[in-house]
Write a protein that binds this ligand. Structure first.
Ligand code: NAD
Length: 502
């Protein structure tokens, strides 16, 4: 096997990617590019080297973008376009993304650090699928007619409901799957006839800007989609507080979600929150162990653990505990780690130096607390933001390793004997995003999948998002859903019409 490079070779980038990197920092507002008044740098996580500059937007740019989105919401080009036209635009956008899929995948690979295969198959492939799925929705959205019994002597009435767009949506997304996270917000909003101001993460904004170009090319009216880049505490905060916003659709950490919920509570903006997770993988002795061990490893090491539904806690039935831990130890040493553009890479670096420090602080604390910390390799001294696939054994239930979202390639491993103890442990965090079960016992599948307090349970397989199936959390993992019919529903509001028939 040829050695895997730890740093991306950027000397032979596709011309479109080079153009996106060399673009002057700008925001996409009201269908035009506005030069940014302040800028911030973008680093390639495999080397830490600067590769681009993006705009550091704040309140003035957000104000322009919200005004443009409000005007577009009321303009006949969008308001009266009708469902067939919205479907056609969404299909055109999906086709444009598909045509540029290879370039978009390279862009997110060098911006976020993810391996190219993952960027292409999940991040960009998933984006195309999501726009196609929601392209089918506008012509299926409908209100109801309702037979009405009026009070005596008042006359005859006809009742109806209309489904109307909620208005201007503030879409705020994280960096872990940059293009796809933006698509999960934009596609249902546009299907519902809303307009959007998108604030991508400061850690990975390049593909959102590239997407804005394609939105323009697809022919969406000016102001329907606006993209402002910037810091969460500046651009994000200004967007959340702006009185011109009708709904906030946020994906990110539980801490930020809480702050946004406080603001939405006082201004009464509508809100959906897709927040963090600490999802359990539960492995019973009767499972297909080969598949379960691979599944448990992929659930945490895919995208370097920077996945909201990452299976960061592994509960192993006592009878097979030693065997599974030994095999996982061998497996982590075989995982190809390296720069996303290198051939054969399974796992890349983390998104930023800050994220690497966060993750390694958890490992240092675990070591200091006497836990078993098994790292597959040592990347100290490399300039990229690498953390090796790591197993942690011996953590107590209330240790931070067990309770807090680490968002890195760190798997906490626990032993269990009976289902009752298991459920207490598995449900015993503030989160409730997802769980996966590995067992051949069908009764147990149904018993546990209803008892697990989370938004998604995957059985005998690695999970993946599917546009028609909702994703979202119970408890501290948020409320509302991305994907599926739920997401478009949440971009609509109901108006009741009561008509007197004379
Ligand atoms: P984050 O909360 O730090 O940032 C998310 C977004 O919010 C960014 O665009 C950021 O700029 C913005 N932001 C930060 N502070 C803000 C503020 N005060 N006001 C307004 N906006 C603000 O999260 P992150 O580190 O970018 O992403 C990782 C987190 O996202 C993890 O917790 C992960 O579980 C979560 N996530 C959840 C899902 C899901 O579907 N539930 C999916 C992906 C990621």
């Amino acid at each position: 096997m040829t050695a895997i490079a730890l740093e991306n070779d950027l000397s032979r980038l596709p011309p479109a990617v080079r153009r996106w990197l060399d673009r002057k920092p700008a925001h996409f507002i009201d269908g035009a590019w506005h030069a940014a008044s302040a800028a911030m740098t973008v680093a390639d996580p495999s080397s830490g080297r600067e590769i681009a500059e993006i705009g550091k937007g704040a309140a003035p740019e957000i104000d322009m973008a919200v005004s443009a989105a409000r005007a577009a919401l009321a303009a006949p080009e969008w308001r009266d376009a009708g469902p067939v036209a919205r479907e056609a635009l969404l299909h055109r956008l999906a086709a444009l993304i598909e045509a540029r899929a290879d370039d978009l995948a390279v862009l997110d690979c060098i911006d976020n650090g993810m391996p190219l295969w993952l960027a292409r198959a999940v991040n960009v492939g998933g984006t195309v699928d999501v726009f196609r799925y929601y392209a089918g929705w506008p012509t299926k959205l409908a209100g109801r007619t309702v037979e009405v019994s009026a009070p005596p002597g008042v006359g005859r009435f006809q009742g109806m409901t209309r489904r109307e767009p909620v208005g201007v949506i503030a879409a705020i997304v994280p960096w872990n799957v940059p293009l796809m996270m933006a698509a999960w917000k934009l596609a249902p909003a546009l299907a519902a006839g809303c307009t959007v101001v998108l604030k991508p993460s400061e850690e990975a904004s390049l593909s959102a800007l590239a997407l804005a170009e394609l939105i323009e090319e697809a022919g969406f009216p000016a102001g329907v989609v606006n993209v402002v880049t910037g810091l969460g505490r500046e651009a994000g905060d200004a967007l959340v507080r702006h009185p011109g916003i009708d709904k906030i659709s946020f994906t990110g950490s539980t801490a930020t979600g809480r702050a946004i919920a406080r603001e939405a509570g006082s201004s009464l903006k509508k809100l959906t929150l897709e927040l963090g997770g600490k999802s359990p993988t539960i492995l019973f002795a009767d499972a297909d162990l080969d598949a379960a061990i691979m599944g448990a490893a992929n659930a945490i090491f895919l995208n370097s653990g920077q996945v909201c539904v990452a299976g960061s806690r592994l509960y192993i039935e006592d009878k097979v505990y030693d065997q599974v831990v030994e095999r996982l130890g061998a497996h982590i040493r075989s995982i190809p780690v390296g720069a996303g553009l290198s051939e054969g890479v399974f796992m890349g670096p983390l998104v930023s130096g800050r994220q690497r420090e966060r993750v390694t602080a958890y490992l240092d604390a675990a070591r200091a607390g006497g836990m078993g910390v098994e790292e597959a390799a040592d990347y100290a001294g490399t300039s990229g933001f690498y953390v090796a696939p790591t197993l942690v054994t011996g953590a107590a239930h209330d240790d931070p390793i067990t309770q807090e979202e680490i968002f890195g390639p760190v798997l906490g491993i626990y032993r269990f004997e009976g289902e009752d103890d298991l459920l207490d442990a598995a449900n015993g965090t503030e989160f409730g995003l997802a769980a996966s079960l590995w067992t051949r016992n069908v009764d147990r599948v149904h018993r546990l999948s209803s008892a697990l307090q989370c938004g998604k349970v995957t059985v005998n397989a690695g999970g993946f998002p599917y546009p028609g199936l909702p994703e979202g959390g119970y408890k501290g993992s948020g409320f509302g859903r991305d994907l599926g019919p739920d997401a478009v529903e949440q971009c609509l509001q109901t108006k009741t019409l009561l008509v007197h028939i004379s």
